[in-house]
Design a protein around this ligand. Structure first.
Ligand code: ADP
Ligand code: ZN
Length: 433
């Protein structure tokens, strides 16, 4: 199993923490000097950059929130003059708030190195042909994977998102071996491959690099059953750098975090206190090597777990588990917190269901309600009405027992729910604001 940057990826913890402390110190000095927003936040906290003496001091420092980006839109958080900025990206806007990240030449180098790391970690080599079905443009996904896969020596096909027939044509003509996509788009591609009966031996595909949205184990299995592919997960966000923050290795047992560049904390979202390894908390990152857009303790709203256990691959970098949800996505029904990912896990485990669903939130009087639309297989849909009703009751019951609230379930014909070319939109919120 290849390791791209063994010096950093297998560093012992003590040396890694020394490096983090040194880099954090330099970063604090920079943002205090160059970013008025951070200067005033640090001053308010009574913290002088020179006060930093251990990594534990991090906990005394202020958080950066999504609103910090909004309030300083577009470039107010940049720590370098525009002359040194060579590229700008912004978030895909899933939650409607524009987040901007700038890159100097050195930042682009780091970015390519980090994405290269995660590609090498799942076995990408210069023999691979990588098809990028992430959108190019302001979104960090397309360009980030492009730079990193090129650095890994792969042949890059910058197809960008959408146009599924063309994706398949290119995949066959150029012998694509690595597919870069959101898991929901990979699933859709798999559906089309099946529906058009594309012979799998005409495809050279072997590896999927999935990211930008959650990919549950059930979802991964669904994709792998439709495409001749081993699916791997990687995680990133515009606020920190884009893709390249963390990625699975060939063990597929959590995503190694590039801790030499990003100091991670996992905190109880309500108290801000650190949670133990294995417990779910909100991930908070400080990007200590970014020149243009360094962020201090960014609260991601992404919920996950951390582990510092050694990994069979030999990397010492800690691992984050799958994202269990974004606090943004969570909705509350009758006082119970519901995550779309929990609904997905139940649905995908039921035979007779196609892996496509949508959650519709409504308000009736003062009560929030939710309805889950689920596609069923042709066989079930074409069968007896009574069977369909019984199946609907079963799905409702399984959801109720897992979520502790009862949804309305509506079974729909195969192929009717919207397919996604990028990040999927599972929740449609019709509640008045
Ligand atoms: P946004 O989706 O907020 O508009 P980005 O395009 O920067 O902005 O996407 C970053 C977000 O995407 C992360 O905060 C996280 O919620 C989600 N994300 C990225 N990679 C993954 C992954 N591998 N698993 C789950 N969620 C992911
Ligand atoms: Zn590993």
């Amino acid at each position: 199993m290849a390791i791209r940057d063994a010096r950093h990826e297998t560093m012992d913890r003590e040396r890694l923490e020394e490096l983090q402390l040194r880099r954090l110190g330099a970063m604090l000095a920079r943002i205090h000097e160059r970013v008025p927003y951070y200067r005033s936040r640090l001053d308010d906290a009574g913290f002088e950059p020179g006060d930093l003496s251990s990594l534990d001091d991090l906990r005394r420092l202020p958080f950066t929130e999504k609103s910090s980006f909004r309030d300083n839109y577009p470039c107010g958080l940049f720590a370098t003059p525009m002359d040194e900025v060579v590229e700008i990206h912004s978030s895909s806007g899933t939650t409607g708030t524009p987040v901007v990240g700038g890159f100097t030449k050195a930042d682009l180098e780091t970015w390519a190195d980090l994405v290269c790391r995660l590609a090498v970690a799942v076995g990408v080599t210069e023999r691979d042909v990588a098809q990028i079905a992430f959108g190019y443009g302001m979104f960090t996904g397309g360009f980030g994977l492009h730079y990193g896969l090129q650095r890994a020596g792969a042949t890059v096909l910058p197809v960008s998102a959408g146009n599924t027939s063309r994706q398949l044509q290119i995949m066959r003509d150029f012998g694509t071996t690595v597919l870069v996509a959101t898991p929901s788009y990979a699933l859709y591609l798999g559906e089309i491959v099946q529906r058009r009966e594309v012979p799998l031996d005409k495809l050279q595909l072997r590896l999927g690099l999935f990211g930008a949205e959650a990919c549950s184990e059930e979802m991964r299995a669904q994709i792998e059953s439709r495409l001749p592919i081993t699916g791997t997960d990687n995680y990133g966000l515009t606020e920190i750098i884009g893709p390249g923050v963390a990625g699975e290795c060939e063990c597929r047992a959590g995503m190694h975090i590039a801790e030499d560049h990003f100091i991670v904390e996992c905190l109880d979202p309500s108290t801000g206190a650190p949670v133990a390894d294995g417990e779910v908390g909100e991930l908070v990152f400080s990007s200590v090597t970014r020149e243009c857009s360094p962020v201090l303790r960014y609260r991601t709203r992404d919920l996950s777990t951390l582990t510092h256990e050694p990994c069979a691959c030999g990397r010492t970098l800690s691992r984050m588990g799958k994202i269990v949800g974004r606090t943004d996505d969570m909705f509350i029904i009758s006082g119970v917190n519901v995550f779309p990912s929990a609904i997905e896990s139940v649905l995908f485990a039921i035979e007779g269901i196609e892996p496509f669903y949508q959650i519709i939130l409504e308000r009736e009087g003062s009560l929030d309600t939710f309805e889950v639309h689920v596609e069923v297989t042709d066989a079930l849909f074409d069968g007896w009405m009574d069977d369909l009703r019984a199946f609907e009751r079963r799905v409702t019951e399984e959801l109720r027992s897992a979520l502790l609230v009862r949804p309305r379930v509506k079974l729909v014909e195969p192929g009717t729910l919207e397919r996604s070319e990028g990040k999927s939109r599972r929740v449609i919120d019709h509640r008045p604001a």
